[in-house]
Design a protein around this ligand. Structure first.
Ligand code: GUN
Length: 288
């Protein structure tokens, strides 16, 4: 069993990005600048955004964190987005999701200038991705593709089962893996909460991408010997033995599944750090 080490791989990618930033600075060019907008004070979102800002510092980017109260109106948020769209210092920005209930997520994501949409969530960029045109790939699927590529996991002609049809992970993942590309050419089955006989489907899978958001959902009896496992889940599970009162669990029951897997991503240290590295890569691309 080989661990798909997202921490190590993302470290290598960040070093590549840092070297590119040094080169840009040497040539007197602009330093990449990422902005993140956080609305409200959801604990997990604050952690993720904090990690993104810290990663910017590490590779030599400029970063701006815009923290808005959870009472922020949709109109006020749209105004902030307009400012970021029109600020030439900012190369790319993200709106951390989820947003408070009173804000229309679609309306907000539509307001982002597609050329600064380093999350790849704007419909214009989703369309380009689906049509295999150059664009910003959403960071989590992009990170998974990169991990499969760098570990030379064979995907061509393989049965891939994606669990979860979210706009951020499951849906784009299913599209990318089916395309003619490195880490593509797979036969993809996209499963979700209405899928019948899921276990029969997962047992046939050569590669499983678990992105449904239920802690330790995928268990050893649901997979075949030699499977490759990509675990996108990261859920806080109460754990009194931990100082912070919780532990982080993936969507995969690691102990039982890893016994049968040929490759598997850990949680934490798998997909999560890759997501951040690819966000930086998109920001570098936006700047260039
Ligand atoms: N919430 C969960 N994942 C993501 C992500 O990749 N980007 C943003 N902006 N919010 C998220």
């Amino acid at each position: 069993m080989i661990i798909l080490d997202g921490k190590k791989t993302s470290g290598a990618i960040k070093e590549e990005i840092a070297a590119a930033v040094v080169e840009l600075k040497k040539q007197g060019k602009k330093t990449p600048h990422l902005a993140a907008v956080l609305v409200g004070n959801d604990g997990a979102s604050m952690t993720y955004v904090g990690a993104k800002v810290k990663a910017c510092e590490l590779v030599g980017f400029e970063s701006t964190l815009l923290e808005l109260p959870d009472t922020t109106s949709e109109e006020a948020l749209l105004h902030e987005i307009d400012n970021l769209n029109n600020n030439p210092e900012i190369d790319g920005f993200i709106i951390q999701l989820p947003l408070p209930k009173h804000i229309d997520e679609h309306k907000v994501l539509m307001a982002v200038n597609p050329e600064k949409d380093v999350d790849g969530f704007h419909p214009a960029n989703v369309g380009k991705m689906a049509l295999e045109l150059p664009t910003f790939l959403p960071a989590t699927p992009y990170g998974i593709m990169e991990l499969l590529e760098r570990y030379e996991v064979e995907t061509s002609g393989k049965n891939v089962v994606v669990i979860g049809r979210s706009h951020i992970v499951g849906r784009p993942m299913s599209i990318l893996l089916s395309q003619k590309r490195t880490a593509g050419d797979a036969t993809v089955t996209l499963t979700h909460s209405r899928t019948k006989n899921l276990k029969e489907i997962t047992k046939e899978a050569d590669i499983i991408v678990a992105a449904l958001g239920i802690a330790e959902f995928l268990t050893g009896d649901m997979v075949k010997e030699g499977v490759t496992i990509i675990d996108v889940g990261i859920t806080r599970v109460e754990d009194a033995s931990k100082k912070r009162g919780f532990r982080l669990a993936g969507d995969v029951h690691f102990d039982s599944v890893s016994k049968k897997a040929s490759y598997i991503t850990p949680v934490p240290g798998g997909v999560g750090p890759m997501t951040i590295a690819m966000l930086l890569k998109n920001t570098l691309q936006a700047c260039q």
